[in-house]
Design a protein around this ligand. Structure first.
Ligand SMILES: [Zn+2]
Ligand SMILES: [Zn+2]
Length: 339
């Protein structure tokens, strides 16, 4: 049995592609009304797995096993305080019976249209999502000395975090990124804000470096809190493990992906700092995850200009179908024999 996975969710981004079918959808996210866009290409993932479903269903009697199609919600992370995504599917035993012997997945990324790219072993970073609440003291915009200026505190935190990632870690050992993604601060030009909320993400490959960054964050926040007299509370609220490709499976599937590709094939890609909750499926079976190029000049994933060159879609369909068929026909099913 083999499983193929596509994720389905979108992002709170206002689409600016100018496409005739650009999203106009809105939804409620974290208590706010937000625009909704497939800024990570998960709509393309669904389309490609539907295409693979049609082909595989049409040749059912010639398939040497079972193919399970996994349409997964909430890859970008469930709402705060909820469970979701791949970890919840695994916890709810969605793939427990019957249990697949291998799980494949792909993601669209900027790159030569139709190229297929992966890396044996660790491929995509582990991610840790954090949220922070900072409490200073609100005061009049003309009299900062009467308060604790949350805007200044936020500037110091951003600067300290950039210092940690860029100046205190041996990035030659393993890449690490610490990002502030959101600051919610202030209401009016003449009010010095007393509180704010900040969120962000930490990306790591090395477990010891991950622990080290978390300790450095803690130290920086204690120092900044003391310096300003502000209360700072940081919470780690979500985690994806490193997405790693099973080396034997990756080796066995190299000829398959070379056949499927419409352009360059590369099995020794650079590390990718993007994260994937696909990593959770590694608890079920050996996994392999690869990237499909959707345009060398494509805007980055999560950008309001992100688009998919549709010439890449047949390549993704072919890759899904061929990885499933070749695996069921014995490629990568047994451990490589030692000689
Ligand atoms: Zn994404
Ligand atoms: Zn994505």
């Amino acid at each position: 049995m083999v499983a193929l996975r596509a994720d389905m969710d979108a992002l709170p981004v206002a689409e600016q592609t100018g496409l005739p079918f650009a999203s106009k959808a809105t939804a409620t996210f974290a208590g706010r009304n937000v625009p909704v866009m497939h800024a990570c290409g998960h709509d393309a993932h669904v389309a490609m797995l539907m295409g693979a479903a049609e082909i595989l269903a049409g040749m059912k009697d010639r398939i040497a096993g079972t193919v399970v199609l996994v349409f997964q919600p909430a890859e970008e992370g469930p709402p705060v305080g909820e469970k979701g995504g791949a970890p919840l599917m695994v916890a709810e035993r969605a793939l427990a019976a019957p249990k697949p012997d291998a799980i494949f997945g792909l993601h669209v990324f900027p790159g030569e249209v139709g190229s297929l790219v992966w890396r044996s072993g660790p491929f995509m970073a582990g991610s840790d999502t954090w949220e922070m609440t900072v409490t200073g003291r609100q005061t009049h915009g003309a009299m900062p000395w009467n308060g604790v200026d949350a805007a200044s505190v936020s500037a110091s935190i951003v600067q300290a975090f950039n210092q940690i990632a860029a100046r205190q870690l041996n990035v030659a050992h393993a890449p690490t990124v610490l990002t502030v993604g959101e600051i919610r601060l202030g209401t009016r030009h003449n009010i010095i804000p007393g509180t704010f909320e900040m969120t962000g993400t930490l990306r790591t490959f090395d477990p010891a470096m991950r622990t080290d960054v978390m300790a450095r964050i803690d130290g920086a926040l204690k120092a900044i809190g003391a310096q300003y007299g502000a209360g700072i509370a940081l919470r780690w609220v979500g985690r994806n493990a490193v997405t790693a490709n099973d080396p034997a499976l990756a080796r066995a599937m190299e000829p398959t992906l070379a056949r499927a590709a419409g352009a360059g094939v590369r099995g020794d890609a650079d590390y990718v700092m993007g994260a994937e909750d696909f990593s959770a499926f590694a608890a079920v079976a050996p996994t392999m995850f690869y990237h499909l190029g959707i345009g060398a000049d494509a805007a980055p994933n999560h950008s309001p200009q992100f688009t998919v060159d549709e010439a890449a879609l047949p390549v993704g369909v072919r890759a899904h179908v061929l990885t499933a068929l070749d695996f069921l026909n014995g490629a990568g099913a047994a451990p490589a024999q030692a000689k």
